[in-house]
Design a protein around this ligand. Sequence first.
Ligand SMILES: Nc1ncnc2c1ncn2[C@@H]1O[C@H](COP(=O)(O)OP(=O)(O)OP(=O)(O)O)[C@@H](O)[C@H]1O
Length: 304
Amino acid sequence: MIQVEHLTRRYGAFTAVNDVSFQIGRGEVVGLLGHNGAGKSTIMKMLTGFLEPTAGNIYIDKLQVGKDTRAIQARIGYLPENCPVWPDMTVIDYLEYQASLHGVEPVLITRRVAEVIRRCALKQKAVASIQTLSRGYRQRVGVAQALLHHPDIIILDEPTNGLDPTQILQMRQLIKELAKTATVIVSTHILQEVQAVCERVLIMRNGHLVIDSRIEELQTAHGLQLAVNQDASQTIRAIEGVSAITPQAANDGLWHCHIDAAPTLAPMIASAVCNAGLQLYALEIQKRDLESVFADVNREVIHG
Ligand SMILES: Nc1ncnc2c1ncn2[C@@H]1O[C@H](COP(=O)(O)OP(=O)(O)OP(=O)(O)O)[C@@H](O)[C@H]1O
């Protein structure tokens, strides 16, 4: 549904987004993750047609950003990083104005505004002037304006930025709610955010897309952890598909090691160990968390 092909954006001589390609299917909830300056906001601005790519194409179904930008923007709800909410207006006035800017038919505006006020839990603040709102409520107003025209793609740039822990939980709940009826792309540098609401992650580093994976796939397939009563390296090394064995220190009298091998080899390793007369104490698939994946990805940057 969303197809990004070889997208590049330069600011003068500096390349902020470098040859990025990915596809996002209808109804997916995708996290765009990366350190400050990785290129997330630049990608989002290009997806929404607010910034022209230097090279590459973006298609949404059969529409192309740049050629069919208006039609595309009618389908997208966008919360920019610093959402421009006018401080002097009340929440209702602002949302009514935004609804007209989004092209909502005049007869539908009141109903749509009431609907987003309910969805974003803004009822208490509906007639408050925006300048009196806390950061969390302002952020919700920003999300509310993005939903007025019933978009089927919702793009949220740092939606929990500056929110307190309670507001963060409420925002996550809202994102999950939105994901039931729309494709959602959330940009963030907060790993827990992605883990909490997304099923897939795109990790950016210095303008490059370095990881595009389902979160559950990222977290598995990282080898096996074995504990036996004595050194089993010779037995395990003989198994086809084992690429490395790293013995690990422990003070429980057992021999522990990390085995670089597909999780599907676990039964074979278990029987090889038992057939060799060794006592198997533990054999488990090692899961990585998103934090260690992200640290690995960025370690190369820190160390050049
Ligand atoms: N208008 C601009 N002119 C020049 N450089 C820019 C401009 N906008 C962004 N950049 C640079 O492009 C790079 C990517 O910026 P971008 O805002 O896309 O990153 P980001 O991943 O969204 O970062 P953050 O998490 O801090 O918002 C950064 O180095 C930034 O300084």
